[in-house]
Design a protein. Structure first.
Length: 483
């Protein structure tokens, strides 16, 4: 096994551990909070998160992406120190603006006075985020995902446990707010301990230009991405009500949030690898298609479960108060399955050193998506919003295919692309048909039906890819001996 493959397999191994531990715990926390709280409270936090999250995107200003993408021979010590002090000063300025300008603006926009107090609390992570970014960039460049997995899991478990204590103690909406930001602050001393890196009083103009010349494009892309991914929250909160936004937010927590987390941890591995292989189109193509396939394999059975059994799951576990989340949950689950077909393309484009192209593509998608979303919400509420997202994901797949074959030096035919992801789709269809028959025609309990769904999916995947899994497992055992 070549060194690049060792790094990828090792990175995916530790990110898989991180995903299983962290996401499972976070998922349970969210479910318990949903049981204790009400859609209106989720909706108000969703309103606050729209504004605070936008500021959080601006906090990064491309620091992490620029440091990771830059080749080792072109990276000097002053790049890290300059990025640290610039990011810290910028985050302090943003937090002040958030507390005294953004908070009152959001309260006025939604006519919710509590947002004036809630947004500064949720935005506390702004102050520590740029500090963590420098350490994460260093660990990512080393591909030391073991330490990153440990830090992420520990910080999220501590933060989630404390938020549950707050929820059971009657703090209501503030327990949700705490859960949104505490992990960032808890992670900060752990990152310092992991990297042993201490900032020095060094600031270089040339280093600033190197880092932020690249970062301005990634920041622009991040802003556009954020607007695309959160304008539905903004419009639902404004045009409908906090209860509708809460129901929609809950559907997102169960579907697209999980998908986003999965993509984030895998792309953490692949982004530096794409950077290392940016001059080798064939390797990029091979890695990209493999990532799309394996991401889909893990995500699809969960989404199929929500499509087939979302209604009894929601009503029996969380109660009738979340009934309005059922239809958006099913539509968003399908949109996640579609989105998995392009889940790594932004990391690929950025890793190839083309952040300007990434920004242009996101702007183009925004021009198409936003009018469709506004019209859908106005006429069909949160169900319309979910359908608009599904349409946007389909368009993203078409655009990605065009980009590979016409704007990048990577030729991926439609046949190659769909051949790479046929297995998870076959497994998903088989599992959906079997589970639907058991639940709709034989009226089998949804928990038993869900078990049948997952078993049928796994068996189908194993019949198609069993030999490949055995080969991968053999390579993994060999890798463990070599590491």
């Amino acid at each position: 096994m070549d060194n690049a493959k060792k790094l990828v397999v090792n990175g995916i191994l530790w990110n898989a551990i991180q995903l299983i531990v962290n996401q499972s715990f976070t998922f349970v926390i969210r479910l318990v909070l949903a049981k204790l709280l009400f859609p209106e409270q989720f909706g108000i936090v969703g309103m606050a998160t729209v504004f605070s999250g936008f500021v959080q995107v601006l906090t990064d200003i491309g620091i992490g992406a620029a440091l990771i993408q830059k080749k080792d021979e072109n990276l000097r010590e002053e790049h890290f120190h300059t990025a640290f002090w610039t990011g810290l000063g910028w985050s302090v300025l943003l937090y002040v603006l958030t507390s005294f300008l953004v908070g009152p603006l959001a309260a006025s926009f939604y006519n919710q006075p509590i947002l004036t107090k809630l947004i500064p609390v949720i935005s506390l992570g702004i102050l520590s985020s740029p500090v963590n970014l420098i350490h994460k960039a260093q660990l990512t460049k080393r591909m030391d995902f073991k330490k990153m997995a440990f830090i992420d899991n520990v910080s999220n478990i501590i933060a989630g446990s404390l938020s549950l204590i707050l929820a059971f103690s009657g703090f209501g909406i503030w327990s949700l707010a705490f859960n949104s930001v505490a992990s960032i602050a808890i992670a900060m001393p752990l990152y310092f301990s992991a990297t042993k890196w201490i900032p020095k009083r060094i600031w270089s103009y040339s280093a600033f230009i190197d880092v932020f010349g690249f970062g301005v494009y990634t920041t622009g892309t991040g802003v556009i991405n954020y607007l695309i991914n959160n304008i539905d929250y903004l419009l639902i909160g404004k045009l409908l009500a906090s209860q509708a936004l809460g129901s929609y937010t809950f559907a997102f927590v169960l579907t697209d949030t999980f998908r986003g987390r999965m993509i984030a941890v895998i792309n953490n591995v692949m982004y530096p690898m794409y950077g290392k292989k940016q001059s080798d189109p064939e390797s990029l193509k091979k890695y990209y298609l493999k990532v799309v396939n394996y991401n889909s394999l893990f995500i699809y059975p969960i989404m199929v479960f929500f499509v087939a059994l979302g209604s009894p799951f929601i009503v029996n576990i969380f109660g009738d108060k979340w009934q309005d989340s059922v239809i958006p949950l099913k539509i968003l689950s399908i949109s996640v399955m579609v989105h998995m077909l392009v889940n790594s393309n932004t990391a690929l484009i950025r890793g190839m050193g083309r952040p300007g192209l990434e920004l242009k593509l996101q702007l183009f998608k925004a021009v198409i998506y936003i009018p469709i979303l506004m019209t859908s919400i106005y006429y069909y509420g949160i169900v319309g919003a979910a359908y608009a997202i599904l349409i946007n994901k389909v368009f993203a797949v078409i655009l990605a295919q065009y980009t590979f074959n016409n704007l990048l030096n990577i030729k991926i035919s439609a046949l190659e692309f769909f051949s790479a992801v046929k297995t998870p789709w076959i497994g998903a269809i088989v599992a959906f048909v079997i589970s639907s028959i058991f639940h709709e025609y034989f009226h089998v309990h949804y928990i038993v039906t869900g078990t049948i769904l997952f078993v049928s999916y796994v068996l189908t995947i194993w019949l198609i890819m069993g030999k490949e899994f055995k080969a991968q497992f053999a390579e993994l055992k060999f890798l463990k001996k070599k590491l």
